[in-house]
Design a binder for this molecule. Structure first.
Ligand SMILES: [Zn+2]
Length: 70
């Protein structure tokens, strides 16, 4: 069985990015395994959880935001 999430997860004090989907303050930032990165607000981080887990090589999560990675 492969694990769903192989990305390294860092917790950071604050993210200054905006969600790429809706422009809200980002709670989660994803570095893609193809290069590049994406930012998501809490709503979109949850909504795209499976996709994020599949393409992320590294994830930064704002402190206090709980994101179920499984
Ligand atoms: Zn959003």
């Amino acid at each position: 069985m492969t694990t769903l999430l192989s990305a390294e997860i860092d917790t950071v004090e604050e993210l200054t990015e905006r969600c790429d989907r809706c422009g809200a303050a980002a709670k989660l930032e994803v570095v893609l395994n193809t290069g590049g990165d994406l930012a998501f607000c809490g709503h979109h981080a949850n909504r795209h959880r499976a996709d994020i887990a599949r393409v992320a090589s590294r994830i930064r999560i704002e402190d206090g935001f709980s994101w179920p990675s499984k």
